[in-house]
Design a protein around this ligand. Structure first.
Ligand SMILES: NC(=O)c1ccc[n+]([C@@H]2O[C@H](COP(=O)([O-])OP(=O)(O)OC[C@H]3O[C@@H](n4cnc5c(N)ncnc54)[C@H](OP(=O)(O)O)[C@@H]3O)[C@@H](O)[C@H]2O)c1
Length: 254
């Protein structure tokens, strides 16, 4: 992970799904760069633990539980952040879930849970946080898209639909906000060994199949994604908007 810098000193960042995995790694990287980070997700305990680890390392972090699928909860989150900091400079829409099964076996509730979390949750966060971002000529929104925004696998109908939708949201919102200095981009990681991929990692044959599909011959790391996120949030990345950066070890080049 990056060493401490002051690149984002004075910036306030809100990260969804920040209690573990990529969200926690990104929150940690932004805090090391001087941002004050607000970690959110459904369960308070992992958020508190992640925030405490950041504070123990000299960073500034707070934790607020929020389910991004709940309109009222997202509104309340934005109000609390407004009360705490008066603004938000960086929003990382990272919260996500996956349900892997053939389309004929999906319940409507399962389909909706994936779309509500991965796509509608990001919409709600953008709607409530863009007003906290406006008026200072700088803002960064990063959406955790996926290689499934670009290509697909069987058994991923809901996930691929949600992530392709998130890429569309990314482009359209970038155009709405470009003139205000607020950039909106996606990061599409290839396979990273997080909780989300536990079903694959626990199946040695399946896990080896994934590795074999990766031209670099290995899975990616949380730190590799966090480093990219940090760059896209930096002042230097102000000319990058409405696009999606794929970090997938060559998966989609084939
Ligand atoms: N890992 C990969 O290979 C990979 C590849 C491409 C894209 N991505 C994307 O990257 C993002 C992070 O993935 P990850 O691998 O770090 O997954 P993860 O370890 O499963 O973490 C997902 C996070 O999202 C939170 N979350 C889930 N539902 C939520 C909700 N309704 N409201 C608020 N928070 C919610 C979870 O916390 P709670 O359960 O406490 O809410 C958890 O902290 C996801 O959007 C994922 O689709 C991951």
């Amino acid at each position: 992970m990056a060493s401490h810098t002051a690149e984002l000193a004075g910036r306030v960042a809100v990260i969804t799904g920040a209690g573990r995995g990529l969200g926690r790694a990104i929150a940690t990287a932004l805090a090391k760069a001087g941002a004050t980070v607000v970690l959110t997700g459904r369960h308070a305990a992992p958020l508190e633990a992640a925030a405490e680890a950041i504070r123990a390392d000299g960073g500034q972090a707070g934790a607020l539980a929020c389910d991004v699928t709940c309109e009222e909860a997202v509104r309340a989150l934005a109000e609390t952040v407004r009360g705490w900091h008066g603004r938000t400079d960086i929003l990382i829409n990272n919260a996500g879930i996956n349900v892997r099964k053939p389309v004929t076996e999906f319940t409507l509730a399962e389909w909706r849970s994936v779309l509500d979390t991965n796509l509608t949750g990001a919409f709600l966060m953008c709607r409530e946080f863009v007003p906290l971002m406006r008026g200072r000529g700088y803002g960064r929104i990063l959406n955790l898209t996926s290689i499934m925004s670009h290509v697909a696998l069987p058994g991923r109908t809901a996930y691929a639909a949600s992530k392709a939708g998130l890429l569309g949201l990314t482009r359209a919102l970038a155009l709405e906000l470009a003139a205000e200095g607020i950039t909106v981009n996606g990061i599409s990681p290839g396979p990273i060994a997080t909780e989300m991929n536990r079903p694959i990692l626990e199946n040695p044959e399946l896990s080896a199949q994934f590795t074999a599909r990766l031209p670099v011959g290995r899975w990616g790391t949380e730190a590799e994604v966090a480093r990219l996120a940090l760059y896209l949030c930096s002042p230097e990345a102000g000319f990058i908007t409405g696009t999606d950066i794929v970090a997938d070890g060559g998966w989609t080049a084939q």
